[in-house]
Ligand binder design. Structure first.
Ligand SMILES: Nc1ncnc2c1ncn2[C@@H]1O[C@H](COP(=O)(O)OP(=O)(O)O)[C@@H](O)[C@H]1O
Ligand SMILES: CC(C)(COP(=O)(O)O)[C@@H](O)C(=O)NCCC(=O)O
Ligand SMILES: [K+]
Length: 257
């Protein structure tokens, strides 16, 4: 088995793969900097047990992290419990798959790197616009294996939390499909505002990218993107486990050959 970790700003997702890259099980834990290698191992052991997986069969560990402060604990986890040095997703190992423009910084988040690897695998010949709805919503434009650029905006839950945290009495709401734009209470008004506000923002951004890349094939991913994608006809496809697939792709490209 291969063990992957998708470390985002809100959640850490451990992923168990068989050696062909089939996903056997995934779990979701909150991103807490306080998790030590020992806490992480105990959680992993329980998850594995629950899915009837033998944790000692892990041959390699791949970590996609956008939270650098926690990385060291994953290195310790690998060394202490599996005698493995985990490999961290970065651009250096996949330079022929994702070329960057000469004037561009190399700071592209690991989550975006694995999204790109997976999307390129699904549609090798297409120009791709990838939208990932996570803590932040990110756009990434790929043409001829080259990263053309992208953008970042606050994610949906982040926007909901911002209203809650920066006002005296606005509540924290659960994001749902709105029934009407004529909200009759605070909760439905916030929900409607965030929902259609995001639908509109995403549509406009896609339009802007399509001005330069009219043939761009638009792929959305990220838990919060599923519902909203149905309202955005410019999105060609929603892929639930894009990042998870990309982490295994990174493994194949770096370790397996
Ligand atoms: N399947 C889902 N349905 C609804 N909300 C989700 C889903 N998955 C994640 N979220 C919410 O989206 C926000 C971002 O979480 P996540 O996608 O895990 O972000 P990250 O990858 O940045 O850690 C969180 O508030 C989380 O509760
Ligand atoms: C943009 C992000 C915060 C998104 O993170 P996420 O929503 O997955 O938690 C992350 O990809 C990141 O920190 N990137 C580094 C900067 C960059 O990608 O340009
Ligand atoms: K994201």
């Amino acid at each position: 088995m291969i063990l992957g970790f998708d470390i985002g700003n809100t959640h850490i997702v451990p992923i168990f793969y068989d050696m062909k890259g089939n996903i056997l099980a995934t779990f979701r834990i909150p991103t807490h900097l306080e998790f030590t290698e020992d806490t992480l191992f105990i959680m992993l052991k329980e998850f594995a047990k629950n899915s009837n997986l033998e944790i000692l069969n892990i041959e390699n560990i791949i970590v996609s992290s956008v939270v650098p402060n926690i990385n060291e604990n994953f290195s310790r986890l690998g060394k202490k419990y599996f005698d493995i040095n985990p490999v961290f997703v970065n651009l250096d190992n996949v330079e022929n798959k994702i070329k960057i423009l000469p004037n561009m910084e190399r700071g592209l988040g690991a989550d975006r790197i694995v999204d790109i690897l997976a999307a390129k695998n699904l549609h090798p010949e297409k120009e791709l616009l990838i939208i990932d709805f996570g803590t932040a919503t990110t756009f990434d434009m790929i043409k001829n294996s080259t990263y053309m650029g992208g953008c970042i905006l606050p994610g949906i839950t982040l926007s909901i939390n911002a209203l809650f945290n920066n006002t005296a009495i606005l509540p924290k709401i659960e994001f749902t499909e709105p029934e009407t734009v004529l909200g009759i209470n605070t909760v439905s008004q916030i929900n409607t505002g965030i929902f259609y506000g995001n639908v509109g923002a995403i549509k406009e951004l896609i339009l802007q990218y399509k001005k330069s890349f009219p043939n761009a094939y638009v792929i959305a991913t990220g838990g919060q993107g599923r519902k909203i994608s149905e309202y955005i006809e410019e999105i060609d496809e929603y892929v639930a486990k894009l990042g998870e697939t990309g982490i295994f792709e990174f493994y194949k490209l770096t370790i397996n050959n």
